[in-house]
Design a protein. Structure first.
Length: 119
């Protein structure tokens, strides 16, 4: 069983940056991702990464502004978010599993961390 703990959410102004972290403990997995869900909207995949290496995958909302990374030793995944917009406000979840692009690829989920961007 993999346990995921997110941190780093908060309230910022539009244009600011924020970094999220997700620490994994226990179990095994081959990929991890950041999802987000805003009120009244479906959960969407923001970015994903394979722990074996290779290019990360970014959703359209993240391209050019967000960077996903992972630290193998610390078993921690990161999401650096720059040039934040009010539309980026959501609960951000980290997930771990065996695929990349499908929500069903991920078996383990964190509790979520709130990101609020004010205009």
């Amino acid at each position: 069983q993999v346990h995921l703990t997110e941190s780093g959410g908060g309230s910022v102004q539009a244009g600011d940056s924020l970094s999220l972290s997700c620490a994994a403990s226990g179990g095994t997995f081959s990929s991890s991702a950041w999802f987000r869900q805003a009120p009244g909207k479906v959960r969407e995949l923001v970015a994903a990464i394979r722990w074996s290496g290779g290019d990360p995958w970014y959703g359209d909302v993240a391209k050019g502004r967000f960077t996903i990374a992972r630290d193998l030793v610390k078993r921690t995944m990161y999401l650096q978010m720059n040039k934040l917009k009010p539309d980026d406000s959501a609960i951000y979840y980290c997930a771990a599993g065996w695929g990349i692009k499908l929500e069903s690829d991920y078996d383990y989920w964190g509790q979520g961390t709130q990101v609020t961007v004010s205009s």
